[in-house]
Design a protein around this ligand. Structure first.
Ligand code: ADP
Ligand code: MG
Length: 626
């Protein structure tokens, strides 16, 4: 065995730096936390070139005495912790005494600091963690730290840095987080000389949220509730404002920004059945709890926490948010339960094709697919891989082809209020004459403006019109391998995003162009959409780019084809006819024709069923006829 030696302080610091200092944003975070711990009421952060060459944080906090200023850069040097017992009730943001040592070891630092009562302040210069200059200095009370040339001595780490735009975006997000964490402190953030954030520091979370999210914040619902010894305050988005990603969810535990699957789950539980899958609520939520019921010492960056009583924390968030949403509800939610068809209060709303208003009445959204397109489509669809049979909701007895048969006239269903001929037990409900296979189908009508009812032989089909159309459009877009055609907008659409979402979109300019989007920088965390895919409406475009940004940020979709597919899904979904909206009879017929002629159309791109069956036998069972 080689001889064991203790690592030098410098090497130990470099190792710690790997944990604490990942990028400029993590430096900003640590320096802002220190300023808050120092009792500052005003903090200014400034970066140049994404923070790689220059990063400065100035505060009006307690400052440091000359000796303390030097000790601060030693590893495990902290004024915030004395004994092991203190660890169980941490009230400060920092406590590890690691950040300054770690940052200093991978950069060049200038420090200026002065306590309130001192006549002179202290100026220190450090290079790679070693003090190279030290002097008295005239300066205001408080502390300024300048970090230059981050990772200048660790080229391997430097290689992992993204563009200045991306790093700057992440730094901006870090400042936003700290500002939302501490409404009692006024934060300013300057990026390449331009002020991009400024919060009032008047203690009001509402005002802070407003200064960061602008008018959008007015739509959020306020929550303030207590549960046992826990308190939940903050703002949550309305279910109707759900976002395509979790990037707008922020949680604070005792003013510390945290990432917690438990808190996310508790929040989302409150929205169960109120928002679609794939959409996420936004929030700025503060959880306040006794410091001895939470362990913040589980992660070097202190972004993860462990709760003593997870169940109580979950309930506090879940019920707190639920209460707020219920109070703010502007529309009653419908409760569904299964009941026999005959008892269903909406049974009489079965609409027949004949009752549907004529074309042009109210269908502003529909994009017609021409018969030619349908023809090409069906050939594409026939070549598509078969869906997984085990996931099928439909019965296997769906009849394959019927497009060569004439489409029968839609027949009106008797309304429940109309007199119906008396039915006796021995009298069949309908004629069960032997049918030639495959039987012709007929469009019976539409239910709830969402489900098309089709009869074929001894089976009925309910087709989800949105899902069916979405799938058809998706296949069409996917079969077209060239760049997606786009439309130029007369009035570009501004999209407000999180800073890192905006940054990732801007750095993926060519990919976005391939997808049919032309994106331009516009202010700090806002981008302008100048061109969007042809099939996408202007209203849906902003949502789509946010969804793409989320995919790019999580790196979930590494592959370009995957990203392309995901975007095509989004475009198809947005362009498809909507459930609940009126659709012209011919359009319904055209859709049914597609679905009935191809088994592959039973699934929409996201795997939801397109079509379910209801056999005559099932119905007879329900009516106790068998
Ligand atoms: P920690 O925050 O975990 O204590 P740091 O390495 O971040 O460790 O800071 C070390 C010490 O330096 C702090 O405990 C504090 O006493 C002092 N310090 C750091 N930044 C400031 C500041 N902006 N104002 C006053 N004191 C500071
Ligand atoms: Mg610290």
């Amino acid at each position: 065995m080689p001889k064991i030696i203790q690592l030098s302080a410098h090497v130990a610091n470099l190792i710690a730096a790997g944990e604490v200092v990942e990028r400029p944003a993590s430096v900003i975070k640590e320096l802002l936390e220190n300023a808050v711990d120092a009792g500052a009421t005003q903090i200014t952060a400034e970066i140049r070139d994404g923070g790689m060459t220059f990063l400065r944080v100035t505060d009006n906090g307690c400052g440091m005495l000359p000796a303390d200023a030097k000790t601060a850069f030693l590893r495990h040097a902290t004024s915030k912790l004395r004994t092991a017992e203190d660890l169980s009730s941490i009230a400060t943001m920092g406590f590890r005494g690691e950040a300054l040592a770690a940052i200093a070891s991978v950069s060049r630092i200038d420090l200026l600091t002065k306590t309130q009562d001192a006549l002179f302040g202290t100026s220190l210069t450090l290079e790679a963690g070693t003090i190279t200059e030290e002097s008295e200095a005239g300066c205001p009370a408080g502390t300024t730290i300048i970090v230059r040339d981050l990772f200048f001595n660790t080229p391997a780490r430097m290689k992992f840095m993204k563009s200045d735009t991306v790093e700057g975006g992440k730094a901006a997000s870090a400042v936003q987080l700290q500002a939302l964490a501490h409404p009692e402190v006024s934060f300013r953030f300057l990026r390449d000389g331009k002020e991009v954030l400024s919060t009032p520091g008047n203690g009001s979370l509402e005002d802070t949220v407003y200064s960061i999210y602008g008018r959008d914040s007015g739509r959020m619902v306020q929550t303030d509730s207590t549960w046992e010894q826990y308190r939940l305050t903050g703002f949550v988005g309305k279910p109707t404002d759900a976002r395509p990603s979790r990037s707008m969810q922020t949680f604070f535990v005792n003013n510390r920004p945290v990432k917690s699957p438990l808190l996310t789950a508790a929040l989302e539980e409150a929205y169960r059945n109120r928002i679609m899958t794939g959409r996420f609520p936004s929030c700025v939520l503060h959880l306040h709890l006794p410091s001895n019921t939470v362990d913040v010492n589980v992660h070097p960056a202190k972004t993860e926490v462990k709760f003593l009583n997870e169940k109580a924390v979950f309930d506090c968030v879940h019920y707190g948010v639920l209460g707020a949403l219920n109070k703010a509800q502007d529309r009653p939610q419908m409760q569904f339960k299964t009941m026999p068809v005959s008892e269903h209060p909406h049974a009489s709303s079965v609409k027949t094709a004949a009752q549907i208003p004529a074309k042009g009445a109210s269908a502003p959204f529909f994009r017609t697919v021409t018969p030619e397109e349908y023809k090409t489509l069906s050939s594409v669809i026939r070549q598509a891989p078969a869906p997984k049979k085990e996931a099928a909701v439909t019965t296997a007895s769906m009849i394959e082809r019927s497009d060569s048969l004439p489409i029968q006239e839609a027949i009106r269903l008797p309304r429940l209020s109309e007199p119906t001929p008396p039915i006796t037990d021995d009298e069949p409900v309908q004629q069960t004459l032997p049918m030639p296979a495959p039987a012709a189908w007929r469009l019976v009508g539409e239910l709830y403006n969402s489900y098309i009812l089709v009869e074929q032989g001894d089976e009925a089909f309910l087709i989800d019109k949105h899902a069916a159309h979405e799938r058809i459009l998706f296949d069409k877009l996917k079969s077209n391998q060239e760049a997606i055609s786009s439309q130029s907008l007369l009035a570009p659409i501004p999209c407000r995003l999180s800073p890192d979402s905006a940054a990732i979109l801007l750095t993926n300019h060519s990919l976005m162009a391939e997808l049919g989007f032309e994106i331009e920088e516009f202010g700090d965390s806002t981008v302008l959409l100048r061109q969007i895919p042809m099939d996408l409406s202007a209203e849906d475009a902003a949502d789509a780019v946010e969804a793409i940004a989320a995919d790019l940020l999580t790196g979930r979709r590494q592959d370009r084809t995957d990203i392309r597919d995901e975007v095509l899904h989004t475009v198809a979904c947005k362009a498809a006819i909507k459930a609940g909206w009126h659709t012209d009879e011919q359009e319904l017929e055209a859709l049914v024709k597609q679905v009935m002629s191809n088994e592959d159309l039973k699934y929409c791109p996201h795997g939801r069923p397109i079509c379910i069956t209801l056999s005559k036998q099932q119905l007879e069972k329900q009516f106790k006829r068998t």
